[in-house]
Design a protein around this ligand. Structure first.
Ligand SMILES: NC(=O)c1ccc[n+]([C@@H]2O[C@H](COP(=O)([O-])OP(=O)(O)OC[C@H]3O[C@@H](n4cnc5c(N)ncnc54)[C@H](OP(=O)(O)O)[C@@H]3O)[C@@H](O)[C@H]2O)c1
Length: 323
């Protein structure tokens, strides 16, 4: 796989692995299956793994920590969402304690990259959180910090912050607005872009149908209308039925015989401002397929234009939640 630059000291193969599935919220993924997913990823050349303290209350981090014992060359990036109110006098302490817990879960001396985990906008706007992150870096608990954000405006705001190493955003065939300003400005600022939800929670694999049912403990069941967190994190903010219909459109616009999931990931990789795409997986074969996307030929400018204008006219009006 081609390597791309994420930030100072981290150049990694362009397809990484999202490890939310190894924690919770995606139905049952047994430890043995999680291990098989990680093994497949490593064997296929994946070296960047995205997790969060909140994924299964540390389960995903602990699995990755054990995996790093076997493969010290991997990069694990994690997230913290504990600071919820900018005026919380305990915010910095909570952030530090959370980072120490993540460090223990991951079994490392220093966390490669700690991202704010979609904290409320006022927290992101407050100097204190950035000072606290810089203090963690200066103390050697983390090597770098970044932010995972929900909206374009939050992303633009974070780009103003000194020391920001990376920005994690939702960017996929259904959510193309980052192309207008966010990706060009991140590239100008030299900040790496980490792309989550590349498959819109699996919709863009094309494998779902009207009768597809999700487990009770799968966010695609309990959060499909945003009951638990930002609806944008589930099916990219589309209703399931709109998502099914639009997936069929997308399949028709992106040419080629490769599975739609691969074409959807290849389309993302067609944007040079992207440092790494982190599809999640609940089965090892999904990882292998997603990595194979990197070997597909690039789409033409015409295909990019067609998909863009379709997205603007047909998809944008249907996206729910903050964007
Ligand atoms: N707030 C945040 O910072 C935040 C929020 C969301 C996600 N993330 C990160 O981003 C990562 C990726 O996002 P995501 O997992 O939410 O969405 P995603 O990558 O768009 O979708 C993952 C799901 O797509 C399906 N899938 C994956 N590869 C496939 C393939 N080749 N063929 C068929 N189906 C395939 C699987 O569904 P099935 O399980 O049904 O098979 C898988 O669970 C997460 O794991 C997490 O690390 C961060």
């Amino acid at each position: 796989m081609r390597k791309r630059h994420l930030c100072d000291g981290i150049d990694i193969p362009e397809v990484g692995l999202g490890c939310w599935q190894l924690g919770a919220d995606w139905g049952e993924v047994a430890d043995s299956e999680a291990q098989a997913i990680l093994d497949q990823a490593y064997a296929d050349g994946v070296r960047l793994f995205d997790t969060a303290a909140g994924y299964g209350v540390g389960r995903s981090e602990r699995l990755l920590g054990a995996f790093k014992q076997q493969h010290p060359d991997i990069v694990i990036i994690t997230k913290s969402g504990v600071w919820r109110d900018p005026a919380d006098p305990e915010g910095a302490r909570k952030l530090r304690e959370g980072a120490l817990q993540s460090r223990e879960n991951l079994g490392v001396e220093t966390i490669d990259l700690l991202q704010l985990h979609c904290v409320p906008t006022p927290v992101m706007a407050d100097d204190r959180v950035w000072e606290a992150l810089a203090a963690l870096r200066d103390e050697g608990i983390i090597s770098r910090f970044g932010a995972s954000v929900e909206t374009i405006d939050e992303g633009l705001m974070c780009l103003q912050r000194a020391g920001l190493a990376s920005l994690q955003i939702i960017f996929n065939c259904f959510r193309q607005r980052p192309l207008d300003r966010l990706l060009p400005e991140a590239a100008r600022a030299g900040v790496g872009i980490i792309v989550r939800l590349p498959l819109a929670s699996g919709l863009l694999s094309g494998k779902f149908g009207a009768s597809t049912a999700f487990a009770e403990n799968d966010h695609r069941n309990y959060n499909r209308d945003g009951a638990a967190f930002n609806v944008g994190e589930t099916f990219a903010g589309l209703t399931f039925s709109d998502g099914l219909r639009l997936t069929a459109d997308c399949d028709a616009i992106l040419p080629g015989a490769a599975p739609l999931a691969q074409r959807a990931i290849r389309w993302i990789l067609g944007h040079e401002a992207v440092s790494v795409v982190i599809p999640g997986a609940s089965k090892p074969e999904q990882v292998a397929s997603n990595v194979a996307a990197a070997a597909l030929p690039a789409f033409s400018a015409t295909v990019h234009e067609d998909l863009r204008s379709w997205c603007t006219s047909e998809v944008d009006p249907l996206i729910r939640g903050v964007y």
